[in-house]
Ligand binder design. Structure first.
Ligand code: HEM
Length: 203
């Protein structure tokens, strides 16, 4: 197959991803401090707002942003994982079937962790809610660790820097598989939404 660098990740996917990375890291670092509470809430609100935006973008977004492109049943996940043991690992232009489930789990945890944090911030619930929020955040950290292990091993196995691809949007693939537009206007809409939603959640 004739492979070249093609556009795969649009602006909303890339901006959303790096906002989640920054938001999650900041929220984790400020989680124990009373004086950094507002920063913690804004950072957590950012993660939640991105996850909320990602849901409709997973239905109506560009080809590789769609859940239908990367969420598959257990058979496909098993076939993909088994192919990694052979000499010709299955290549996917978008997310691979195993990574797809980690992504779905991360988005779900982001929503649940954000919702429990928001409820706490508004004095709903009691100690149990605080424990739930902390448990969800720890669960998220564990899935992030698995996600990173997957990204590193995927990069090595497929001889392609997947982190750079999440920055530039470009990956190796056949010319016909490229997305036609990086959707910059939707990227701007995402930034505006995240600003408004995170501020509203913290107010
Ligand atoms: C420095 C840390 C991280 C790096 C280097 C990283 C890297 C990546 C890469 C390379 C992909 C694309 C995987 C592929 O090619 O299929 C990806 C996808 C994704 N990552 Fe991360 N990640 C990091 C942290 C996180 C964190 C903290 C979260 C969530 C809180 C997260 C959530 C996601 C999601 C939701 C996707 C799917 C993107 C989409 O389709 O919208 N990542 N990540």
């Amino acid at each position: 197959m004739n492979e070249r660098k093609i556009l795969v990740w649009d602006w909303p996917v890339r901006l959303g991803h790096w906002l989640m990375v920054g938001g999650f890291t900041l929220a984790w670092l400020t989680s124990e401090s009373e004086s950094w509470r507002l920063v913690h809430v804004l950072a957590g609100g950012t993660v939640m707002a991105v996850a909320l935006f990602r849901l409709p973008w997973g239905l109506f977004g560009s080809t590789y942003a769609r859940f239908s492109d990367f969420v598959h049943g257990p058979g496909k996940v098993r076939d993909y994982l088994l192919s990694l043991l052979g000499r010709h690992p299955e290549a996917h232009v978008g997310h691979n079937p195993a990574g797809g489930w980690a992504i779905l789990l991360l988005l779900s945890l982001a929503l649940l962790c954000g919702a429990s944090g928001w409820a706490m911030y508004n004095d709903l619930g009691g100690d149990w809610l605080e424990e739930l929020h902390e448990g969800l955040a720890s669960g998220m950290l564990a899935v992030v660790a698995i996600h990173l292990a997957g990204v590193i091993s995927g990069s090595l196995l497929h001889r392609e820097n997947l982190v750079r691809a999440m920055v530039t949007g470009y990956k190796n693939g056949p010319a016909a598989a490229a997305i036609p537009s990086a959707r910059p206007l939707v990227g701007i809409a995402l930034l505006s939404w995240v600003g408004v939603a995170a501020w509203w959640l913290a107010s």
